[in-house]
Design a protein. Structure first.
Length: 398
């Protein structure tokens, strides 16, 4: 029981529950006057704004702290196999995202999502005070700096900067674990309090359930595509490998972490007999770091749904394609923590899609609540990429 209370999923669900109950109680004026309810919501909205500012401040630092070190670590395996794996991982994520985008344009208009203006009953009061915490630099500056810095360290073989970037990676990981993740339940609770007070979230709750089911179906469709390609490229029966991934899938669902699942995934891949051992040793650990097809698929469908709920329309095709291209890059350096993909990409969610704190709060919540299944899709998808790699390079060796 104590272990359950310490889990992130429990804290997020508790945040959602507390936010909904508090928001609904204030909306219904249970035990409080309208003026008191407005004052309480004003305080909660101010807390939400400040927490959102803290999260937004860390986004460029997270990008720099994870993408640059990831590039420097690749130098030891700077080979055609590495380049091939990176390209396959990127194309898999982008392909999954395009599948999700296509499904979004087809399905979301049929979900009967009411416009926010049609269902809002109460107006959120102005902030009591406003404390802005601007980021050190913009998201795009962070991305370009991370790419340039990482590549320059590899080209110059600078051991000092490589160690500094590793230290920065550890520092940012601690910030994520010690600051961002602990405040997420409070940020989510405040977000759902204001949404429930407006009268919006209760109306839209069935939509979220439908969306999660749709995304899960999308995971299995994309895994089918990947393993079909893996079988065709390798000339082996992909089911032999896929069947062995049951324990890894369940471990990923339970841990919400590709890193925690890695030992099980590696064991499953080797026991299947479908992969050469050297390929498995290379591709499975690397895939757990750079291949996030399930998380990307999920995020794309969710941002389209949240955009429709909060802003009345899904983003344009051009905007979504730009978002997907950048998201594929961000996914490669996403932190290996629950919700890491959406956390690393909050910058482009804000800058490309135009989401505000309310939108990012909803994204963090619904993404984190199903993150275990996205992680499981990522882990199982790594096996398909390893199968492709096995076919490409072992055929050349023969």
């Amino acid at each position: 029981m104590a272990k359950l209370r310490e889990s992130l999923i429990f804290k997020l669900l508790l945040g959602v529950f507390v936010g909904l109950i508090l928001g609904y109680s204030l909306d219904a004026k249970i035990g409080v006057s309208q003026e008191t309810a407005q004052n309480i919501i004003g305080v909660i909205n101010t807390v939400k704004f400040i927490l959102g500012q803290v999260i937004n401040f860390t986004i460029p630092l997270i990008i720099l702290g994870f993408i640059a070190p990831a590039i420097t670590k690749m130098k030891a395996n700077a080979s055609k196999m590495l380049g091939t794996m990176l390209m396959m991982a990127y194309l898999s994520s982008v392909g999954a995202a395009l599948l999700s985008m296509t499904a979004g344009y087809m399905i979301i208009p049929k979900l009967n999502i009411a416009a926010k203006s049609d269902i809002v009953k109460n107006v959120i009061p102005k902030l009591i005070f406003k404390v802005e915490i601007p980021p050190v630099f913009s998201v795009m500056t962070a991305l370009v700096l991370a790419l340039f810095l990482g590549l320059a360290v590899v080209w110059t073989e600078s051991k000092t900067f490589e160690k500094l970037l590793d230290e920065l990676n550890n520092i940012m990981l601690k910030i994520v674990y010690k600051i961002i993740i602990p405040i997420l339940p409070f940020f989510i609770a405040s977000t759902f309090t204001t949404l429930a007070y407006e009268g919006e979230i209760i109306k839209q709750f069935p939509v979220f359930l439908k969306v999660i089911i749709i995304v899960l179906i999308g995971h299995f469709i994309w895994l089918t595509v990947l393993y079909t390609l893996g079988g065709a490229i390798s000339g082996k029966n992909p089911l032999k490998l896929l069947k062995s991934y049951g324990p890894a899938y369940l471990t990923a669902v339970g841990t919400m972490s590709s890193a925690a699942t890695l030992p099980v995934a590696l064991s499953c891949a080797k026991k299947s007999g479908a992969l050469d051992e050297d390929i498995a040793d290379f591709a499975i650990p690397l895939g757990s770091t750079i291949h996030l097809c399930g998380s990307v698929l999920t995020e794309v469908f969710f941002v389209m749904t949240v955009s429709k709920i909060l802003y009345g329309q899904v983003p344009s095709v051009g905007t979504m394609i730009l978002f997907i291209i950048l998201l594929g890059v961000f996914a490669v350096g996403a932190p290996g923590v629950p919700g890491g993909t959406v956390m690393a990409s909050l910058g482009i969610i804000i800058s490309v899609l135009g989401f505000n704190e309310e939108g990012t709060g909803l994204m963090l919540t619904i993404f984190a609540l199903q993150d275990s299944f996205g992680t499981a899709c990522n882990v199982v998808g790594d096996g398909a990429l390893a199968l492709m790699l096995n076919g490409i390079f072992k055929k050349k060796d023969r």
